[in-house]
Design a binder for this molecule. Sequence first.
Ligand code: F6P
Length: 538
Amino acid sequence: MSQIATAWSRLEDAAAGARTRRIAGLFDAEPRRLERLGLKAAGLDLDLSKEPWSLADLDVCLDLARAGDVEAARGRLFGGEAVNASEGRAALHMALRAPRGSDFRAQGEPVSADVEAMRTRMGAFAEAIRSGALRGASGKPFRSVVHIGIGGSDFGPRLVWEALRPVTPQIELRFVANVDPAEAAFALEGLDPAETLVVVVSKTFTTQETMTNARTIRDWLRAALGKAADAHMVAVSAAPDLAQAFGVPAEHVFGFGDWVGGRYSVWSAVGLSCVIGLGAAAFEALLAGAAAMDAHFQSAPLATNAPVLLALAHIFNRNGLDRRVRAVVPYAQRLHLLPNFLQQLEMESNGKRVTADGRPVAHATAAAVFGDAGTNVQHAFFQLMHQGTDVIPLDIIAVAEASEGDPAAQRILLANAVAQAEALMVGRAEADVRAELTAKGLSPAEIDTLAPQRTFPGNRPSAFILLDRLTPERLGALLALYEHKTFVEGVLWGINSFDQWGVELGKSLATRVLGELQGGPVGAHDPSTAALIAKLGG
Ligand code: F6P
């Protein structure tokens, strides 16, 4: 057996022990548990002690990371090698947030000077808009930005804006991703075209949804401003020629390299709307926070490396304990979009069934991810988390100090975050429930019926990630933590985390069906699809 196959089988054996063991019992058995499973990285505080692994299991997982050559793979990633082999590209998003003066190379080509020049240009453009030096065609200052983009050209900027926006912003950002005309209609509601800047973000500048929305909103501008509307259009793309052909003036086109993957692109010009909305200094701080996590990921030993340990905890649940779904709950309303962001990051990166060299994977890959903001979710899916038939590992993200509002409400929020993690792990024994019901005077028959329903099995794992404050730096570090965690998992599963062939089939079929719905000849379909096309106008 190869070294990596041996390491995987040791992990599976270790996990077999975890199936019958109580997590809570490990704290007595392992006096160093909190210390070894508590980590500090780039200003984040991680507690992985409520995960189902013992410290011996952790060592087995670390052996897997060694056998899987995570450190060598990390070197290839940061070295700008073509780690996205199926597209022949590097994945060098770390270059976008590196301190000035760095020397990153994508497949040998230096990129850092261009990155810095683009950062400077974005900052200057944003500050010109914020100061009113750059105004709309009719001389009014810009008061709103409509950001059009989907997938990686939307989730990151939307999350960053929601997380960091002022309560009353100088410039308001609205986002349009879905091709559903309702989203554009709501986004434009109440906006004055004369005061609105439209930023079209698309790496390819061919994405059906984005181009449709861009045409709709360009028409909205033109109806009010005529030809001068073009001065209100900005484009961010790795295909700048297409952006100019669309009518965006060359000085309003911001580019980025093909070595920036869509879901890793918020750090590039894709974040331009946020630079305008938040100011250049805040965006630079976001980049600095991510760079701090990059430095940690590159230099910390495996045993204290936050992205590595978070990946291993998730792998222990996913592969060792066959947990196919995981939840992410930020106890911070400002982070309510984090689960959406992670859905693309984790499931588009690692939802793969063949290895980077085209063979079936030997181990199950990405878990499905879902979640929303705490405490709301406690009134939605936490019933299942506590008492459902499946165990769903949870990541809790909490922020110690609120950015605004009533500190008493913030304490309640934090109490809930802490209590839920404890309740999930500790549970409530049936004997305790029976004693309580007996004390209340219920009959034995009533107790037999009620006690099992009011029992909590516990032993449900969680990771707890604590931020002192939701600053741009901490947000940058948090997103980079999850990026590198996803990378480590991909390395151990042997897959290419940087392509996304799985989205292509649906896209091309949609183009064909659209032609049919528009009255073109209807081709061969299965009976169900043919009936839907007939109902909808084919
Ligand atoms: O969902 C598929 C995808 O290619 C994502 O990877 C990407 O983030 C998104 O579409 C948008 O692509 P683009 O930026 O080229 O419009």
